[in-house]
Design a protein around this ligand. Sequence first.
Ligand SMILES: NC(=O)c1ccc[n+]([C@@H]2O[C@H](COP(=O)([O-])OP(=O)(O)OC[C@H]3O[C@@H](n4cnc5c(N)ncnc54)[C@H](OP(=O)(O)O)[C@@H]3O)[C@@H](O)[C@H]2O)c1
Length: 241
Amino acid sequence: MSHAIIGFGKIGQALAKAFARKGIDVSVATTRDPESFASAAAAIGPMITPKTLAEAVKADIVFLAVRFDAHPDVAKALPTWQGKTIIDVTNAYGVPPEEHHEKFIRKLYTYAEGQGLDTDEFVSMFSDDGYMLDMASGTKFRGKAIGDSIAALASAFPDVHRELLSIYVAENVVIVEIAIRGTHKGELALASGTLAPTGKSIDAPVCDIYHLEGGKIISFHCYNLPSVMLQQIEQKDMRLS
Ligand SMILES: NC(=O)c1ccc[n+]([C@@H]2O[C@H](COP(=O)([O-])OP(=O)(O)OC[C@H]3O[C@@H](n4cnc5c(N)ncnc54)[C@H](OP(=O)(O)O)[C@@H]3O)[C@@H](O)[C@H]2O)c1
């Protein structure tokens, strides 16, 4: 039976000391290169082996000793956790739900960036019935269609960046004021057809409102101003959708 501790902070190190006292081999991992915490591991004892996260999660018994918010990242280290024994020491004690909600939504935007676009991850943050409503056109997107609409904008503006100007959290509602910026370098789908790249830049105001439930987005209302965007790329008489 092999053991691993994921997270080598206060709790991870305390656990490693307990293993060392009992003379049981255990591997330890963080997000960092194992070399970077090799001396701290060696100081605890020779049975503590620093490994990469990918290697450590192969153990039969995994102790999860990361901050609560990091558990979804650890989960991605394996395609399936079936058959493993997980001892989860994480807890969200003392962290207000609003803090989780803000971090969660900030993370969502990282998946919509031109650099780092990941529409699967973006969509995975919605519940099965969760939707995105484009207020300007009245179009509601669900599932893969949410990702497609995010990808379409990134394809027209490959350097698209959403500057998060302010975030307000009230219980399970998150409101984000944004400036959406980018350069029109790809084809842009409009109601009237496709617009070839103009090379112009946009800097358009957007307000997004999210409702969260059970750690997922159940609704995302996107209040945007396509007219401003089109004016900035000097297509004043066209409609986006
Ligand atoms: N401290 C306590 O008294 C106490 C008591 C009971 C329960 N807990 C719970 O135990 C958990 C750990 O607490 P702690 O005080 O040990 O936290 P900590 O000192 O902040 O340590 C967290 C560790 O997790 C690593 N980590 C972060 N993200 C990771 C990822 N995605 N994959 C792998 N490793 C990752 C960090 O390393 P890098 O950032 O360098 O990768 C660090 O080594 C928390 O959930 C806490 O609520 C703590």
